[in-house]
Design a protein around this ligand. Structure first.
Ligand code: NAD
Length: 264
Protein backbone atom coordinates (compact mmCIF):
# COMPACT_ATOMS: atom_id res chain seq x y z
CA UNK A 1 0.00 0.00 0.00
CA UNK A 2 1.32 3.46 -0.90
CA UNK A 3 -0.01 6.31 1.25
CA UNK A 4 -0.31 9.57 -0.66
CA UNK A 5 -0.52 13.24 0.28
CA UNK A 6 -1.83 15.32 -2.62
CA UNK A 7 -0.86 18.98 -2.92
CA UNK A 8 -3.35 20.98 -4.99
CA UNK A 9 -6.13 18.55 -4.10
CA UNK A 10 -8.88 21.00 -5.06
CA UNK A 11 -7.39 21.62 -8.49
CA UNK A 12 -8.20 19.91 -11.79
CA UNK A 13 -5.31 17.44 -11.53
CA UNK A 14 -5.48 16.99 -7.75
CA UNK A 15 -9.13 15.95 -8.02
CA UNK A 16 -8.40 13.61 -10.93
CA UNK A 17 -5.61 11.91 -8.93
CA UNK A 18 -7.77 11.57 -5.80
CA UNK A 19 -10.67 10.18 -7.82
CA UNK A 20 -8.53 7.58 -9.57
CA UNK A 21 -6.82 6.64 -6.29
CA UNK A 22 -10.25 5.70 -4.89
CA UNK A 23 -10.61 3.13 -7.67
CA UNK A 24 -7.30 1.40 -6.82
CA UNK A 25 -6.50 -0.81 -3.87
CA UNK A 26 -2.70 -0.24 -3.89
CA UNK A 27 -2.84 3.49 -3.06
CA UNK A 28 -4.63 5.51 -0.40
CA UNK A 29 -4.94 9.29 -0.08
CA UNK A 30 -4.16 10.06 3.57
CA UNK A 31 -4.05 13.86 3.36
CA UNK A 32 -4.62 16.79 1.07
CA UNK A 33 -2.83 20.14 0.85
CA UNK A 34 -4.63 23.20 -0.48
CA UNK A 35 -5.17 26.90 0.06
CA UNK A 36 -7.35 26.34 3.12
CA UNK A 37 -7.94 23.70 5.79
CA UNK A 38 -10.88 21.34 5.31
CA UNK A 39 -12.16 18.50 7.45
CA UNK A 40 -15.20 16.25 7.77
CA UNK A 41 -17.51 15.98 4.79
CA UNK A 42 -15.75 18.78 2.88
CA UNK A 43 -12.48 16.82 2.94
CA UNK A 44 -14.17 13.42 2.43
CA UNK A 45 -15.85 14.74 -0.71
CA UNK A 46 -12.35 15.35 -2.09
CA UNK A 47 -11.40 11.77 -1.24
CA UNK A 48 -9.21 12.34 1.82
CA UNK A 49 -9.66 12.58 5.61
CA UNK A 50 -8.35 16.15 5.94
CA UNK A 51 -6.89 19.03 3.94
CA UNK A 52 -4.26 21.32 5.48
CA UNK A 53 -3.09 24.69 4.13
CA UNK A 54 0.24 24.71 2.33
CA UNK A 55 2.07 26.35 5.25
CA UNK A 56 1.24 23.20 7.29
CA UNK A 57 2.17 20.79 4.48
CA UNK A 58 4.68 19.01 6.74
CA UNK A 59 1.77 17.54 8.76
CA UNK A 60 0.27 16.00 5.63
CA UNK A 61 3.62 14.75 4.35
CA UNK A 62 4.42 13.13 7.72
CA UNK A 63 1.40 10.84 7.26
CA UNK A 64 2.36 9.80 3.72
CA UNK A 65 4.91 7.71 1.82
CA UNK A 66 4.73 9.85 -1.32
CA UNK A 67 3.79 13.49 -1.84
CA UNK A 68 2.10 14.12 -5.19
CA UNK A 69 2.28 17.78 -6.26
CA UNK A 70 0.00 19.42 -8.84
CA UNK A 71 -0.09 23.05 -7.71
CA UNK A 72 1.59 26.02 -9.39
CA UNK A 73 5.12 27.39 -9.71
CA UNK A 74 4.60 29.37 -6.48
CA UNK A 75 2.88 26.38 -4.84
CA UNK A 76 5.79 24.01 -5.50
CA UNK A 77 8.26 26.59 -4.22
CA UNK A 78 6.28 27.05 -0.98
CA UNK A 79 5.75 23.30 -0.66
CA UNK A 80 9.48 22.60 -0.74
CA UNK A 81 10.05 25.29 1.89
CA UNK A 82 7.27 24.00 4.16
CA UNK A 83 7.80 20.25 3.81
CA UNK A 84 11.30 19.71 2.34
CA UNK A 85 12.75 18.45 5.63
CA UNK A 86 9.79 16.14 6.32
CA UNK A 87 10.20 14.58 2.86
CA UNK A 88 13.45 12.90 3.97
CA UNK A 89 12.86 9.15 3.89
CA UNK A 90 9.79 9.71 1.71
CA UNK A 91 9.31 10.48 -1.97
CA UNK A 92 8.03 13.32 -4.14
CA UNK A 93 6.20 13.10 -7.47
CA UNK A 94 5.71 16.51 -9.04
CA UNK A 95 3.88 17.32 -12.25
CA UNK A 96 3.74 21.08 -11.75
CA UNK A 97 5.07 22.96 -14.77
CA UNK A 98 6.54 26.44 -15.33
CA UNK A 99 8.89 26.17 -12.32
CA UNK A 100 11.47 28.95 -11.94
CA UNK A 101 15.21 28.23 -11.87
CA UNK A 102 15.41 28.53 -8.06
CA UNK A 103 12.68 25.90 -7.59
CA UNK A 104 14.34 23.60 -10.12
CA UNK A 105 17.58 24.01 -8.16
CA UNK A 106 15.75 23.25 -4.89
CA UNK A 107 14.31 20.06 -6.44
CA UNK A 108 17.78 19.02 -7.59
CA UNK A 109 19.18 19.63 -4.09
CA UNK A 110 16.30 17.71 -2.48
CA UNK A 111 17.00 14.70 -4.68
CA UNK A 112 20.26 14.22 -2.76
CA UNK A 113 18.13 13.01 0.17
CA UNK A 114 14.73 12.19 -1.31
CA UNK A 115 13.49 10.15 -4.28
CA UNK A 116 12.14 12.85 -6.62
CA UNK A 117 10.25 12.10 -9.84
CA UNK A 118 9.26 15.08 -11.96
CA UNK A 119 7.57 14.99 -15.34
CA UNK A 120 6.01 17.68 -17.49
CA UNK A 121 3.66 14.98 -18.77
CA UNK A 122 2.69 11.69 -17.15
CA UNK A 123 1.14 10.10 -20.23
CA UNK A 124 2.71 6.96 -21.66
CA UNK A 125 2.14 8.26 -25.19
CA UNK A 126 3.98 11.55 -24.68
CA UNK A 127 6.91 9.83 -22.99
CA UNK A 128 7.24 7.41 -25.91
CA UNK A 129 7.01 10.41 -28.27
CA UNK A 130 9.83 12.22 -26.43
CA UNK A 131 12.13 9.35 -27.40
CA UNK A 132 10.81 9.21 -30.99
CA UNK A 133 11.02 12.98 -31.51
CA UNK A 134 14.71 13.00 -30.50
CA UNK A 135 15.33 10.21 -32.99
CA UNK A 136 13.39 11.90 -35.78
CA UNK A 137 15.17 15.25 -35.16
CA UNK A 138 18.58 13.58 -35.27
CA UNK A 139 17.77 11.62 -38.43
CA UNK A 140 16.27 14.58 -40.34
CA UNK A 141 18.94 17.07 -39.24
CA UNK A 142 18.48 20.77 -38.56
CA UNK A 143 19.97 21.95 -41.86
CA UNK A 144 17.08 20.59 -43.95
CA UNK A 145 14.15 20.52 -41.53
CA UNK A 146 12.89 23.44 -39.41
CA UNK A 147 11.27 22.41 -36.12
CA UNK A 148 8.16 24.17 -34.77
CA UNK A 149 6.04 23.09 -31.80
CA UNK A 150 2.37 24.03 -31.53
CA UNK A 151 0.44 23.30 -28.34
CA UNK A 152 -3.15 23.92 -27.27
CA UNK A 153 -4.65 23.98 -23.75
CA UNK A 154 -7.74 25.17 -21.88
CA UNK A 155 -7.92 28.88 -21.13
CA UNK A 156 -7.14 28.53 -17.41
CA UNK A 157 -3.63 27.18 -17.95
CA UNK A 158 -1.11 29.35 -16.09
CA UNK A 159 2.09 28.86 -18.10
CA UNK A 160 3.09 29.02 -21.76
CA UNK A 161 4.60 27.32 -23.61
CA UNK A 162 3.49 24.17 -21.80
CA UNK A 163 6.02 22.05 -19.91
CA UNK A 164 5.33 19.27 -22.41
CA UNK A 165 6.06 21.58 -25.36
CA UNK A 166 9.38 22.52 -23.74
CA UNK A 167 10.16 18.83 -23.09
CA UNK A 168 9.43 18.10 -26.77
CA UNK A 169 11.68 21.04 -27.72
CA UNK A 170 14.41 19.62 -25.50
CA UNK A 171 13.99 16.28 -27.25
CA UNK A 172 14.41 17.98 -30.66
CA UNK A 173 17.54 19.79 -29.42
CA UNK A 174 18.93 16.62 -27.81
CA UNK A 175 18.41 14.66 -31.04
CA UNK A 176 20.39 17.33 -32.88
CA UNK A 177 23.13 17.37 -30.25
CA UNK A 178 22.23 20.95 -29.29
CA UNK A 179 20.88 22.74 -26.22
CA UNK A 180 17.36 24.19 -26.32
CA UNK A 181 18.31 27.45 -24.54
CA UNK A 182 20.23 28.69 -27.56
CA UNK A 183 17.51 27.72 -30.08
CA UNK A 184 14.21 28.51 -28.32
CA UNK A 185 11.95 31.07 -30.01
CA UNK A 186 8.60 31.83 -28.37
CA UNK A 187 6.01 32.85 -30.96
CA UNK A 188 6.49 35.41 -33.74
CA UNK A 189 5.03 38.85 -34.18
CA UNK A 190 5.81 41.98 -36.21
CA UNK A 191 8.79 42.37 -38.54
CA UNK A 192 10.40 39.08 -37.57
CA UNK A 193 12.69 38.79 -40.59
CA UNK A 194 13.99 35.49 -41.88
CA UNK A 195 13.81 32.42 -39.68
CA UNK A 196 17.14 31.89 -37.93
CA UNK A 197 18.88 28.62 -38.79
CA UNK A 198 18.21 25.85 -36.29
CA UNK A 199 15.74 27.74 -34.12
CA UNK A 200 12.90 25.81 -32.46
CA UNK A 201 9.63 27.77 -32.48
CA UNK A 202 6.93 27.47 -29.81
CA UNK A 203 3.31 28.52 -30.31
CA UNK A 204 0.66 28.38 -27.60
CA UNK A 205 -3.09 28.22 -28.34
CA UNK A 206 -5.37 28.83 -25.33
CA UNK A 207 -9.10 28.36 -24.99
CA UNK A 208 -12.10 26.21 -24.22
CA UNK A 209 -11.58 22.97 -22.39
CA UNK A 210 -8.70 21.50 -24.38
CA UNK A 211 -6.99 18.98 -22.05
CA UNK A 212 -3.74 19.16 -24.02
CA UNK A 213 -2.65 18.90 -27.64
CA UNK A 214 0.93 18.95 -28.95
CA UNK A 215 2.22 18.97 -32.50
CA UNK A 216 5.88 18.81 -33.48
CA UNK A 217 6.44 19.89 -37.08
CA UNK A 218 9.59 19.20 -39.06
CA UNK A 219 9.30 21.44 -42.11
CA UNK A 220 11.52 20.50 -45.04
CA UNK A 221 11.66 21.96 -48.57
CA UNK A 222 9.62 19.13 -50.07
CA UNK A 223 7.90 17.45 -47.15
CA UNK A 224 6.54 18.08 -43.68
CA UNK A 225 6.77 15.48 -40.96
CA UNK A 226 4.29 15.92 -38.12
CA UNK A 227 4.11 14.15 -34.77
CA UNK A 228 0.89 14.79 -32.85
CA UNK A 229 -0.44 13.89 -29.42
CA UNK A 230 -3.84 14.67 -27.99
CA UNK A 231 -4.81 14.04 -24.39
CA UNK A 232 -8.52 13.23 -24.27
CA UNK A 233 -9.01 13.06 -20.50
CA UNK A 234 -7.13 14.38 -17.47
CA UNK A 235 -7.35 10.87 -15.97
CA UNK A 236 -4.54 10.03 -18.41
CA UNK A 237 -2.11 12.18 -16.38
CA UNK A 238 -3.59 11.12 -13.04
CA UNK A 239 -3.11 7.46 -13.95
CA UNK A 240 0.54 8.13 -14.88
CA UNK A 241 1.13 10.09 -11.67
CA UNK A 242 -0.25 7.21 -9.56
CA UNK A 243 1.87 4.75 -11.51
CA UNK A 244 4.89 6.98 -10.83
CA UNK A 245 4.06 7.25 -7.11
CA UNK A 246 3.77 3.47 -6.65
CA UNK A 247 7.01 2.93 -8.59
CA UNK A 248 8.86 5.62 -6.61
CA UNK A 249 7.73 4.43 -3.16
CA UNK A 250 10.78 2.99 -1.38
CA UNK A 251 13.32 3.99 -4.07
CA UNK A 252 16.73 5.38 -3.16
CA UNK A 253 17.15 9.17 -3.18
CA UNK A 254 17.79 10.56 -6.65
CA UNK A 255 16.21 12.33 -9.59
CA UNK A 256 13.89 10.21 -11.70
CA UNK A 257 11.67 10.80 -14.71
CA UNK A 258 8.64 9.09 -16.21
CA UNK A 259 11.03 7.29 -18.54
CA UNK A 260 12.39 5.43 -15.49
CA UNK A 261 8.95 4.59 -14.09
CA UNK A 262 7.77 3.30 -17.47
CA UNK A 263 10.99 1.41 -18.17
CA UNK A 264 11.45 3.18 -21.54
P1 NAD B 1 -5.42 24.02 -11.07
O1 NAD B 1 -5.24 25.49 -11.05
O2 NAD B 1 -6.74 23.45 -11.45
O3 NAD B 1 -5.03 23.38 -9.65
C1 NAD B 1 -3.95 23.80 -8.87
C2 NAD B 1 -4.37 23.69 -7.41
O4 NAD B 1 -3.24 24.01 -6.61
C3 NAD B 1 -5.51 24.64 -7.04
O5 NAD B 1 -6.43 23.98 -6.17
C4 NAD B 1 -4.79 25.77 -6.31
O6 NAD B 1 -5.59 26.38 -5.32
C5 NAD B 1 -3.62 25.02 -5.68
N1 NAD B 1 -2.49 25.94 -5.48
C6 NAD B 1 -1.77 26.55 -6.44
N2 NAD B 1 -0.85 27.36 -5.88
C7 NAD B 1 -1.01 27.25 -4.53
C8 NAD B 1 -0.36 27.83 -3.41
N3 NAD B 1 0.65 28.70 -3.58
N4 NAD B 1 -0.79 27.49 -2.17
C9 NAD B 1 -1.80 26.60 -2.02
N5 NAD B 1 -2.46 26.02 -3.03
C10 NAD B 1 -2.05 26.34 -4.28
O7 NAD B 1 -4.28 23.49 -12.06
P2 NAD B 1 -4.17 22.03 -12.74
O8 NAD B 1 -4.78 22.06 -14.09
O9 NAD B 1 -4.60 20.98 -11.77
O10 NAD B 1 -2.59 21.95 -12.96
C11 NAD B 1 -1.69 22.03 -11.86
C12 NAD B 1 -0.26 21.94 -12.38
O11 NAD B 1 -0.05 20.65 -13.00
C13 NAD B 1 0.07 22.97 -13.48
O12 NAD B 1 1.40 23.39 -13.32
C14 NAD B 1 -0.11 22.18 -14.77
O13 NAD B 1 0.64 22.69 -15.84
C15 NAD B 1 0.41 20.83 -14.33
N6 NAD B 1 -0.04 19.68 -15.12
C16 NAD B 1 0.85 18.68 -15.29
C17 NAD B 1 0.49 17.53 -15.96
C18 NAD B 1 1.49 16.42 -16.11
O14 NAD B 1 1.18 15.38 -16.72
N7 NAD B 1 2.70 16.57 -15.56
C19 NAD B 1 -0.81 17.40 -16.47
C20 NAD B 1 -1.72 18.44 -16.25
C21 NAD B 1 -1.32 19.58 -15.56
Amino acid sequence: MTNLAIAGIRGRMGQAVAQLARERDDVRVVAGIGREALSGDAAESLGCPAVVPLARAAEAVAAADVLVDFTSAAGTRELLEAAGATLRGRALVTGTTGLDDATEAALAALSGEVAVLSAANFSVGVNVLLELVARIAGALGEASYDAEIVEAHHGAKADAPSGTALALGQAVARGRGRSLEALRRDGRSGQTGERAAGEIGFHAVRGGRVVGEHRVLFLGARETVEVRHEALDRALFADGALRAAVWLHGRAPGRYGMKDALGL
